[in-house]
Design a protein around this ligand. Sequence first.
Ligand SMILES: *[C@@H]1O[C@H](CO)[C@@H](O)[C@H](O)[C@H]1NC(C)=O
Ligand SMILES: *[C@@H]1O[C@H](CO)[C@@H](O)[C@H](O)[C@H]1NC(C)=O
Ligand SMILES: *[C@@H]1O[C@H](CO)[C@@H](O)[C@H](O)[C@H]1NC(C)=O
Ligand SMILES: *[C@@H]1O[C@H](CO)[C@@H](O)[C@H](O)[C@H]1NC(C)=O
Ligand SMILES: *[C@@H]1O[C@H](CO)[C@@H](O)[C@H](O)[C@H]1NC(C)=O
Ligand SMILES: *[C@@H]1O[C@H](CO)[C@@H](O)[C@H](O)[C@H]1NC(C)=O
Ligand SMILES: *[C@@H]1O[C@H](CO)[C@@H](O)[C@H](O)[C@H]1NC(C)=O
Ligand SMILES: *[C@@H]1O[C@H](CO)[C@@H](O)[C@H](O)[C@H]1NC(C)=O
Ligand SMILES: *[C@@H]1O[C@H](CO)[C@@H](O)[C@H](O)[C@H]1NC(C)=O
Length: 152
Amino acid sequence: MRSLAQILLPAGLMVFTAGWVASDNPPQAQSFVDYCAYVGSNLTDHWLGLFCRNNMTAVFGYNYTWIDLDLCIGNNGGQLIPYDNGNYSTSCTNCSFVAIPKKTITLSCLCQDENKQIFNSSLDLNTTLYDDNGSAGCFGHSGNKTLDYPNP
Ligand SMILES: *[C@@H]1O[C@H](CO)[C@@H](O)[C@H](O)[C@H]1NC(C)=O
Ligand SMILES: *[C@@H]1O[C@H](CO)[C@@H](O)[C@H](O)[C@H]1NC(C)=O
Ligand SMILES: *[C@@H]1O[C@H](CO)[C@@H](O)[C@H](O)[C@H]1NC(C)=O
Ligand SMILES: *[C@@H]1O[C@H](CO)[C@@H](O)[C@H](O)[C@H]1NC(C)=O
Ligand SMILES: *[C@@H]1O[C@H](CO)[C@@H](O)[C@H](O)[C@H]1NC(C)=O
Ligand SMILES: *[C@@H]1O[C@H](CO)[C@@H](O)[C@H](O)[C@H]1NC(C)=O
Ligand SMILES: *[C@@H]1O[C@H](CO)[C@@H](O)[C@H](O)[C@H]1NC(C)=O
Ligand SMILES: *[C@@H]1O[C@H](CO)[C@@H](O)[C@H](O)[C@H]1NC(C)=O
Ligand SMILES: *[C@@H]1O[C@H](CO)[C@@H](O)[C@H](O)[C@H]1NC(C)=O
């Protein structure tokens, strides 16, 4: 078990609870909720930014990754669903997300159905996203990757 202090994070962000998994297994294409962190996560429009663990197990490395959720999620009759290039943001608004350590990162939006009726729909992103060596991914799409935290 490696110490949490070995995780690369900007100063001032060392507030950890659960949600980080200490493991020596290379975390490629791994469980989103176990290898990506709610600490420092950020939903800006349809972009989700967060830390995900890469396969540099010697340094227990993480990267900050942004993924376009329009590549991952669609709106099916007012309900958010996992969907390749689903473009949910063209018909869903007022999105927010809730992260529960080790359990889920859930996206909620108001989505219109074909009759313009509005539903508040939620999707557990662990059903759709995964960690690909420090990038958040879905359906073969990969988020970008950096070490820089967007708001130091
Ligand atoms: C989320 O990221 C955006 C774009 O980098 C930034 O403008 C915004 O301040 C961030 N929000 C939070 C809460 O960090
Ligand atoms: C990470 O993955 C790359 C490409 O598969 C590989 O070359 C590299 O050795 C891996 N690093 C570790 C620490 O497993
Ligand atoms: C990802 O983080 C590792 C350290 O864990 C760093 O060496 C690497 O340069 C970062 N990748 C990018 C694209 O910034
Ligand atoms: C989503 O938008 C992209 C880019 O405009 C387009 O290529 C794709 O077909 C759209 N997906 C759906 C399900 O309409
Ligand atoms: C959705 O967002 C808009 C613009 O920010 C706001 O005016 C509206 O009250 C929000 N709707 C709900 C139901 O929260
Ligand atoms: C998250 O998804 C992975 C598979 O993608 C699964 O193995 C894991 O149990 C899920 N975790 C939760 C808390 O749902
Ligand atoms: C939709 O429901 C979720 C979960 O109850 C809530 O967190 C979110 O604020 C609601 N969204 C709107 C726009 O009311
Ligand atoms: C995995 O991520 C590490 C750190 O960013 C990088 O050095 C390595 O090349 C990556 N491997 C692949 C297959 O992308
Ligand atoms: C990653 O994508 C986000 C959202 O488009 C962008 O703000 C950021 O500059 C990109 N970072 C890199 C390293 O390309």
